[in-house]
Design a protein around this ligand. Structure first.
Ligand SMILES: Cc1cc2nc3c(=O)[nH]c(=O)nc-3n(C[C@H](O)[C@H](O)[C@H](O)COP(=O)(O)OP(=O)(O)OC[C@H]3O[C@@H](n4cnc5c(N)ncnc54)[C@H](O)[C@@H]3O)c2cc1C
Length: 431
């Protein structure tokens, strides 16, 4: 009995439950990754982001003789089924909107070719469907933490067939990769080993510090197993475990309220008429809003393809509540740039930041002036990403409304816009 193993968001050899499960049942396995043309085109994956994926596959190929096809999932699988004729196909269970659709395609192809389709739970700490439905994070967390599934499966030896199918080297002619200095999958293990989790709670909020784990790309592509991360963090940082819980909370919402992919989770916020002014959208996306903390964030995102959580919240809140731009436009902008882009998590967080999503609180405000004063009080972050302003005194950089900077004029006045936003959201001015 020959098995096909389809890697997706689990690009690792160690502690991969789905691969281990297949290895316990088959002596021969064909390991496969499909660069799905449609996914790559939809994500508008740029060279930096695709380079990270290629590097992840290079690392995986050092451990396992991986086959790689560049095509639609359907065409690639038909080709492999015809050449290899497997009895089984193993892959991880998907909970994302697109992943579930893709698994349905795979499943029906398996049926057509008489291949047994096996999905294994992986890439989450708890089975999302086992958690009673909750709309707010803290009650969700209380249920989630009781149901963690931390069991690892042992990987058995298996052989890999030699076939006339493409490998990673053959794919490179379709996909251009470049060297990308900020993130490399081979650093995930070291980062996990060396990051100071004990101090995470004190450092995690400050974008100028190296104070958050930066493990999000490692998690997004499954380069590390969540069990491995959890075991490393357990007893060291409850706050960090809560952050892992947030990731699964957004999946919980996506599964139980699938309409929240397109629509605001909060029904009362579905009719907002966004201004969507082209000039404001451009200023935001180009980092020329005249608010140094905002523009520094956009520069980091465009250059490094990653952004600190505090900066993501400040930017998202600014776009929706100050520029009065539909959160979907921001979601799409992050989609184009984030290395760790995860549609379910991004949509959830954008809705949360725009105060239209799950886990509602009274209208949250992220005043960019107060946020900068609090989280970048010495302007280290602003100066790093806006070196052209680095000689100016910090108090000027923190408050562009009361100081004329030799740089873009503030695109709007925060305080004026916030009262407009409250009207748009149907709130009274004291709320
Ligand atoms: C508007 C907005 C969009 C976002 N889009 C994404 C996205 O597309 N992909 C993504 O992985 N994260 C997203 N996040 C969540 C969060 O900002 C990142 O996970 C985090 O900044 C990654 O850095 P880190 O690994 O150093 O995080 P750490 O602070 O070290 O946290 C550890 C891990 O916990 C998870 N996590 C932390 N915060 C959140 C959160 N708010 N929601 C869900 N998971 C969380 C991540 O897996 C993260 O790697 C978004 C947040 C906002 C406000």
């Amino acid at each position: 009995m020959k098995a096909l193993y389809l890697f997706k968001r689990d690009l690792r050899w160690e502690d991969n439950r789905a691969l281990a499960y297949a290895s316990q049942r088959h002596k021969e396995i064909l390991p496969l990754f499909i660069f799905d043309k449609e996914i790559i085109e939809d994500l508008q994956v740029d060279e930096k982001r695709v380079s990270y994926l290629i590097r992840a596959l290079e690392e995986l190929s050092k451990k396992i003789d991986l086959y790689c096809l560049y095509d639609t999932t359907e065409k690639a699988l038909r080709r492999v089924f015809e050449v290899y004729k497997p009895s089984h196909l193993y892959t991880t269970k998907s909970y994302s909107w697109k992943g579930r659709k893709r698994n349905e395609i795979i499943k029906s192809l398996c049926k057509e070719y008489g291949v047994e389709y096996v999905e294994i739970f992986e890439n989450f700490l708890a089975h999302p469907e086992e958690i009673p439905t909750r709309k707010v994070y803290t009650p969700f967390y209380k249920e989630w933490i009781k149901r963690l599934d931390l069991e690892s499966f042992k990987l058995h030896d298996f052989s890999i067939p030699k076939l006339n199918l493409p490998k990673l080297d053959d794919i490179r002619k379709h996909i251009k990769a470049i060297s990308f200095p900020y993130f490399d999958p081979k650093d995930c293990k070291e980062r996990l080993k060396n990051f100071n989790f004990e101090n995470y709670e004190n450092t995690r909020n400050y974008p100028y510090m190296d104070g958050s784990s930066k493990l999000s790309p490692c998690i997004r592509f499954g380069i590390l197993s969540l069990r491995e991360i959890y075991k490393k963090v357990e007893g060291r940082s409850e706050q960090f475990i809560k952050e892992l819980g947030w990731r699964e909370f957004w999946y919980h919402i996506a599964i139980n309220f699938p309409e929240a992919k397109e629509l605001e989770f909060q029904e009362k916020r579905r009719g907002i008429i966004w201004e969507n002014k082209g000039e404001y959208i451009r200023a935001f996306e180009e980092g020329t809003t005249g608010y140094p903390i905002i523009d520094a964030g956009i520069r980091q995102l465009r250059e490094e393809k990653w952004l600190h959580n505090r900066m993501r919240m400040i930017l998202a809140s600014f776009l929706a509540k100050v520029l009065l731009v539909d959160w979907r436009i921001g979601e799409d902008f992050f989609k184009k740039h984030l290395l760790d882009y995860d549609e379910v998590v991004n949509v959830g967080n954008w809705q949360w930041s725009a105060s239209v999503g799950a886990d509602p609180k009274p209208f949250r405000l992220f005043n960019p002036i107060l946020q900068a004063q609090r989280y970048d009080p010495e302007c280290q972050y602003i100066r790093k990403y806006l070196p052209e302003l680095s000689k100016l005194p910090c108090h000027m950089l923190l408050d562009p409304l009361n100081n004329k900077l030799p740089y873009h004029k503030p695109v709007v006045n925060y305080y004026e816009r916030i009262s407009l936003a409250k009207k748009l959201y149907g709130l009274h001015s004291h709320e």
